[in-house]
Design a protein around this ligand. Sequence first.
Ligand code: ADP
Ligand code: MG
Length: 271
Amino acid sequence: MPDASDGRRLVTSDTFVSFADVSVTYGSGAGRVPALENISLDFAAGDFVCVVGPSGCGKTTLMQALAGFLKPSTGTVSIDGRPVDGPGVDRGVVFQQPALFPWLTVAGNAGFGPMLRGESRRDRAGTVEDHLRMVGLWDFRDRYPYELSGGMQQRLAIVRALVNKPKILLMDEPFGALDALTREKMQEELHAVWRRTGMTVLLITHSVEEAVYLGTDVVVMSPRPGRIIERIAAPFARRESAGCSRDTKSLPAFVALRERVLSLIWQTAGT
Ligand SMILES: Nc1ncnc2c1ncn2[C@@H]1O[C@H](COP(=O)(O)OP(=O)(O)O)[C@@H](O)[C@H]1O
Ligand SMILES: [Mg+2]
């Protein structure tokens, strides 16, 4: 039920994450960079929100505001009605370049978060094994990050976020550096985790196809200063059967939506 009795902004019951009139400006004076301007965006628990837009439009800034790594210049970001005022274990973050500890093994990296949280050695071993098996890294548990391919490192970075059982998973172009085949496999793995856990996901991607395929919602941003041009509901993430991703991606309805999003981006790029 909407409730404004305590003076907060009116929040409907299914709003989980809310950006309310958020602007972010970097620097000052002549070096002032308006990165985000009046972003208002609400989404519900369990939504898979994909953000697309040209380089420099503020996608990473948007994610950092939700992660709690930066404070908006104006406006508020809130989770479940509470303003974000710093990072927290309710949010797992995956960066474009995998952030791993080079001196720890695969299992050591995966178990680092649970160790910090004081999880017992036995529980931790179980959590680590489940997650490494899930992404096909169990056989590599004693290796070090430098012994892994880029795709494997990124899978480990995703595990590091997932082991903390975040309510919200934030991912900044996580598959950008992967080859096409690995990328499609990673999309399937991420999609399976999302369906199983019901997590809320914010994924930033350069790939419109990826956004339309994975997202329940696709948010299209304009060039700097970043604004939301359009938010489009996408039906493919919640389709009944997982099936073959190429089958879905070649459906006429899929192609039409992909082209619609692409043309929005092109229009706003002014070319
Ligand atoms: N720490 C910073 N200091 C100054 N300018 C920044 C900083 N981070 C990002 N910017 C600028 O803000 C704009 C948005 O950046 P960013 O959020 O990284 O965009 P995107 O992720 O969409 O490429 C860009 O023009 C970028 O140069
Ligand atoms: Mg970025």
